[in-house]
Design a protein around this ligand. Sequence first.
Ligand SMILES: [Zn+2]
Length: 622
Amino acid sequence: MRPLLFTLLVTFATTATAAERRATLTVDTRDAPRRILHVQETLPATPGAMTLRYPKWIPGEHGPNGPVVDVAGLVVRAGGKTLVWHRDDVDLYAFHIDVPRGAASVEVSFDYLAPAEREDGYSSAGSTTAELLALEWNLVVMYPEGVSERELVISPRLLLPHGWKYGTALETARASGDSVDFKPVTLEMLVDSPVIAGAFFRSFALGGEPAHTLDVVADSEGALAIEPAHLEALKRLVVEAGALFGARHYARYHFLLTLSDKVAHFGLEHHQSSDNRTRERFFIDRDARLLSSGLLPHEFVHSWNGKFRRPLGLATDGFDKPMKGDLLWVYEGLTNYLGWVLAMRSGLVSPDWWHDDLAQTAASMDTRAGRSWRPLEDTAIGAQLQGRSSQAWQSWRRSLDYYPEGTLLWLDVDVAIRQRSGGAKSLDDFARAFYGGPNKGPEVKPYTLDDITTTLDGIVANDWKAFFAARVDRIEPHAPLGGITGGGWRLVYNDKPNERDKALGKDDKLASYSYSLGFAIRNDGSVTDVIPGTPAAKAGLGPAMKILGVDGRKLTHDSIADALKLRRGTIELLVSNSDFYKILKVDYRGGARHPHLEREAGKTDLLEAIGRPRQTSTSPTK
Ligand SMILES: [Zn+2]
């Protein structure tokens, strides 16, 4: 950034009046099916040097993910003239202009080139199909540097493809034909209030006070057919979340759900809504539903943990401000855990499913080769880049481990509170204390690790700092399994397939032999990961190779299963590696090993107590 310009911008910020901080934004999505969105904005301006910014650091994505490379056709006008713009040559998200004398606003137009189909990434990945659109506003907005996102007030308008319906937490001011005007909101709230729209749309009232709504778009009408039991479980989720936190911090809440196999699959949290994207057959296929059963509860929990209470390093003011992810093991880890707790209490999943999921998480974290060099906290600090890393050598590099290991960690905390208080207290008490208070609508209360440990100490006395230091800051060869063992269970391996892995195999075509031979593959044999130190790794197998045959026969899951069953001592893998073929001899006679939880006789079942509904009676959706 050029120092001279900076001085001018400060002047700009302090002299702009409230009336000048109003902007309009029109996003024309009528070309969404061909993956191009047209943007027109009127932004407040004062004569002289001015910088327009495109959002870079995206809340909830924890990284500099704003896809400025997908901006095209930028034109800036003021006072009837086209202005010359100049991109900053260091900060590529900043565009410098010179506003002519007498102009009080600038008109900005550009296109956002939406990537086709699924690609890795979050909101900047595939978000449109022929039939639907999931829109995060940070993709389609520029703003004047120097005006706070909490002060710039924007009147958004959306033009939709003919006949498409929409869902959002934004309030509609006026809708006519395919044009929708939303009530003015601050830039911060706009970016916090995505819209989904599509030809196949349904909306369901989920009850609660304030009102909760499930808005769904899908790539087919058939995909909208939610089972009554599933809908009932989502209504219980609303009730159970209220019972867990004892408070809400929104004026209304919309679960926005996009069902498509052509968009990127993830969830993104917001104060008053969540942008959830998963498989098209989520409502109608049991495996698809179970595999994503944690998605809506997770994103819902974020309204309290992540949006309302937020680590100081992530509570930035301005999309150009770098974020610090060191407490993501609280932001994401605790959300992951509480999401599962609520999924259990509302009956979205059965205890058996939760146990298999937990076993899979425990086994995968416990066998992470990268535990030998990398503490959990470092996976959180590295989050802003980690999201883009390859899956290859995942066990060795460690991935976004603060999510799954966070589940184990916070189960450990919950069980420790229950044990130390003789069953009188639990993590629910922490949730009420930490996330309570009156509902003033969307609000951010930043926190530090000290705030967490002090609140925990108020529930039950313990050296919580030391507790977390041992599990988070230090290199620790084993995953924190204290919540499982203290909860009356133990992690075991046997030849019975894990239900979650079975569903994953059918749906995402992934098969894990991680705990026997030491690798994971897709159905076509391509190796996604190899765990260092395992028999397959010692035999020379690596990611990106492809297994073509097992013991002289074409690869199928049966051929691997049969070879494991025979326990001959050596399993021969015919492998292709770029253009070359090789036979690798894997020295292994242990048989199949799949992770499960097993009850520890004589110990109280705390997992059952944790999953028991507080407010509602449940019968898990089958
Ligand atoms: Zn999350």
